[in-house]
Write a protein that binds this ligand. Structure first.
Ligand code: GUN
Ligand code: ZN
Length: 436
């Protein structure tokens, strides 16, 4: 039997969506907990007082004082090639894409460049406690090779794909329905299901794919089980108008993807801000998911996502940073902005709902909740050590806290990468913050 690892500290994890079971029953908390890990999987989580006496004497216990151990964060929408252009000044989505995004993505024709950025990107994700992400590459297959190689070297659970884009973008970034299909297929054969890696068929968004290319994307989904479909949907009002002009025969933006057979389990649509009730119903009916990307939606000025409406319709929703449209790799910062979007929509998002969004909710949106999202036995041992004394202000603020909710909420509001003391993937430490 391989050895057991034991981590002692305060443990908090989500058990269910507060929308389904109420805030009080949505989570489990052990003030003095023990997390037992074996072979990269969770063996058990519970009160230290109960578990310590059963632990074989030779197991060394690692202590985390002044910390909160939570499941690793899940980012359901991010672009690794845009790491170097985060925080670019722009007008709106279409201007921002043409001015900054496309020229930066052209550089990924060079695999050495892609490998360099993949390293920076993964380090940044782990510095922020994100252990799984659904990731856009560029149109170049080598961008995805570089990303998966870097993720495999760290044994991370990651999902990524090559962008499909055969129109309405600069020539130097276009593929064709045939080349996009063939290159995606080769990448699927090379990477999908290898270790903890999964492939996502990735048409950028309907304006940059011809109907023929959308058909080829659906063909890949039919040919391979368990692939993801990852794209953008209804982010910006001008984009929605453009869809009407490009696909006049379709009844809505979502109907374009629906018509081409791209909805279903493991189909993830980023944004979904300007959706009608019928589109929400169809997302729910097909088990498709939305990625809520508040920092991006505010930064690019796209609009306010309606989380309450998605709950009413039963649409799966995960949290996304959407870097480089988004302005932070930190899921804590992203949750803080999600809360503010809720405020402007006239609804408060409870701290336990926020925790769920960044962990188990993301896992459910990705149909990975049998492997990720909380500390139930058998799941991947991907977790973060949140530092309750990360900064002088956080330390002082949390000393005034009277409840777990208050502590969690203040940590979300004030926290960022400085609050991540360490990150573990499959039981291995993959990031340790330098002593301040
Ligand atoms: N829509 C199409 N491409 C993109 C992109 O790269 N970022 C965002 N935020 N929206 C998009
Ligand atoms: Zn995006």
């Amino acid at each position: 039997m391989s050895s057991i690892q034991a981590f002692r500290g305060a443990l908090l994890h989500s058990l269910a969506d507060p929308a389904d079971v109420g805030d009080a029953h949505s989570h489990e908390y052990f003030a003095d907990g023990l997390l037992l890990v074996q072979d990269g999987k969770i063996l058990q989580a519970g009160p230290a007082a109960d578990l310590l006496p059963q632990l074989p004497a030779e197991v060394a216990v690692q202590h985390f004082p002044d910390a909160l151990l939570c499941p690793g964060f899940i980012d359901t929408h991010i672009h690794y090639p845009q790491t170097g252009m985060i925080g670019a000044y722009g007008e709106d989505l279409l201007h921002w894409l043409n001015t900054y995004t496309f020229p930066v993505e052209a550089q990924f024709a060079d695999e050495a460049h892609a490998a360099e950025v993949a390293e920076v990107f993964l380090k940044e994700l782990l510095r922020n406690g994100t252990t799984t992400a659904l990731v856009f590459g560029t149109v170049h297959p080598q961008s995805v090779d570089a990303f998966f190689s870097a993720a495999q070297a760290r044994d991370l659970r990651m999902i990524a794909g090559k962008v499909l884009m055969d129109r309405n973008a600069p020539d130097y970034l276009l593929d064709t329905p045939e080349s996009g299909y063939a290159e995606s297929k080769a990448l699927i054969e090379r990477w999908h299901g290898k270790g903890r890696l999964h492939y996502a068929v990735t048409p950028r968004f309907a304006p940059t794919s011809s109907p023929q290319q959308l058909d080829q994307a659906a063909r890949l989904l039919r040919e391979y089980p368990d692939l993801y479909l990852h794209t953008h949907l209804s982010e910006n009002v001008k984009e929605v108008e453009w869809i009407k002009a490009l696909f006049p025969e379709r009844t809505s933006y979502l109907d374009v993807y629906d018509h081409h057979g791209l909805l279903g389990a493991r189909s993830v649509f980023a944004h979904g801000i300007h959706l009608c009730d019928g589109e929400c119903q169809r997302l729910a009916q097909t088990g498709s998911a939305l990625s809520f990307c508040p920092t991006s939606n505010l930064f690019i000025g796209s609009g306010l996502f309606d989380l309450a409406k998605m709950e009413q319709h039963g649409v799966r929703v995960g949290l996304g940073t959407d870097v480089g449209g988004g302005t932070s790799f930190s899921q804590l910062q992203t949750l803080a902005e999600a809360y503010k979007v809720g405020q402007l929509r006239g609804r408060q998002t409870h701290p336990f709902k926020l925790l769920h969004l960044a962990t188990l909710g993301g896992a459910k949106a990705l149909y990975l909740d049998d492997q990720l999202g909380n500390f139930l036995p058998g799941k991947d041992a991907d977790f973060v050590v949140l530092d309750l004394k990360a900064t002088p202000l956080i330390d002082y603020r949390l000393q005034q806290s009277n409840s777990l909710e208050e502590t969690l909420f203040a940590l979300i509001t004030l926290g960022d990468d400085r609050a991540i003391r360490a990150t573990y993937a499959a039981g291995r430490c993959v990031h340790q913050r330098e002593a301040s």
